[in-house]
Design a protein around this ligand. Structure first.
Ligand code: PEP
Ligand code: MN
Length: 350
């Protein structure tokens, strides 16, 4: 039926189950796929279950035969190099909870905080500001991937402890970056969301490692990665079994030097078309200058993002990293009010 597609390396197959398919029929299909040495992914589709087969098994033509099994509606090959991240695979948009916070499903989640956790006073004060302004997730790096080895590298585990303390004190969830595969387990014991930074967007061993944990992952776009490469990075996490992935556009390198990076606003609708995953924008690392953060945040919300990741510092002039792009508390509060108003106009839950 699809002879040319069978020959494409890396092609995946989708088995679309009938709406009324029983769990026994679904299990039977999954067993057959595994028996043919493909990896099997159960996906909750718009109308029932879709089962994805990926990997290098014993021949795609054998999967096509699954169409004859009871409960199977059709078998469809997909040709995008990213399978699990593709909207072709999963008709419904992904949403999930981080503690009690809804990601996706019309919500605009705001994650805010300092670039780096510096000390208790700085973090607690920022957490208070974020909470009072209506933010729900506190950001802060404990392991910092700095361009220079002489710059502040983060507090390490002590930073994670402070984040956990702020979560307790202010009822916020916590997102923090993990920079090496060896630290994934440690970071996951403290954080509610693991952040993969732009510099690690194609660190495939790290991506595989975070694919094996039960916590959501915010994956940043590399400063030189195309959207397709970005989605392939997401695929690494998804293919290891972690379906809670958020994609974060944070600016890419262009010839333009008036901002630190160029925020690729087009990435928002393009990603929304190509993938079912939630899309977040980090205007701070795109702009490199706090003045541009509010208008870029508003543009991102207008373009349809599911959330924002914003750097906020109570005393930016004293910050150990990224002070020039960090919003002061009152500016963050004002931005939060503006986002809420814009959300009302757009019918979004901001
Ligand atoms: C950060 O969020 O502080 C950070 C280092 O971001 P990026 O990886 O986008 O540079
Ligand atoms: Mn930063």
């Amino acid at each position: 039926m699809y002879p040319a597609v069978f020959l494409l390396e890396g092609t995946a197959m989708l088995v679309v189950m009938e709406e009324k398919a029983s769990s026994k029929q679904i299990e039977e299909v999954m067993q057959r796929i595994r028996a043919l040495e493909y990896e099997c992914h159960r996906i909750e589709g718009e109308k029932g279950i879709v089962i994805g087969a990926t990997g290098n098994g014993r021949g795609w033509h054998r999967l096509q035969v699954l169409e004859c099994l009871p409960g199977v509606e059709r078998v469809v090959p997909i040709s995008t190099p990213y399978k699990l991240a593709s909207r072709e695979t999963k008709g419904v948009t992904t949403d999930f909870l981080v503690n009690d916070i809804e990601i996706g499903n019309g919500h605009v989640v705001v994650m805010a905080g300092p670039c780096a956790v510096e000390n208790e006073a700085q973090l607690m004060e920022t957490a208070r500001v974020v909470r009072e302004a209506g933010g729900s997730i506190l950001r802060g790096g404990a392991f910092k991937p700095r361009t220079s080895p002489y710059s502040f590298q983060g507090l390490g585990e002590e930073g994670l402890r402070l984040l956990a303390q702020a979560r307790e004190a202010f009822g916020l969830s916590v997102i923090t970056e993990v920079v090496s595969p060896q630290n994934v387990e440690l970071v996951a014991t403290y954080a509610d969301i693991l952040q993969i930074g732009a510099r690690n967007a194609q660190n495939f061993s790290l991506l595989k490692e975070v694919g094996q944990i039960a916590k959501p992952v915010l994956l940043k776009r590399g400063m030189m990665t195309s959207i397709e490469e970005f989605l392939m990075s997401a695929e690494y996490v998804l293919s290891e079994g972690n379906s809670k992935v958020m994609l974060c556009e944070r600016g890419i390198r262009t010839f333009e030097t008036s901002t630190r990076n160029t925020l690729d606003i087009s990435a928002i609708p393009v990603l929304k078309e190509k993938t079912h995953l939630p899309v977040i924008v980090d205007p701070s690392h795109a702009a490199g200058d706090w003045k541009y953060v509010p208008p870029l945040s508003m543009a991102a919300v207008a373009a349809g993002v599911d959330g924002l990741l914003i750097e906020v510092h109570p005393w930016p002039e004293k910050a150990l990293s990224d002070g020039s792009q960090s919003l002061k508390p009152e500016r963050f509060q004002k931005l939060m009010t503006d986002i809420r108003h814009l959300g009302q106009v757009l019918g979004r839950n901001a």
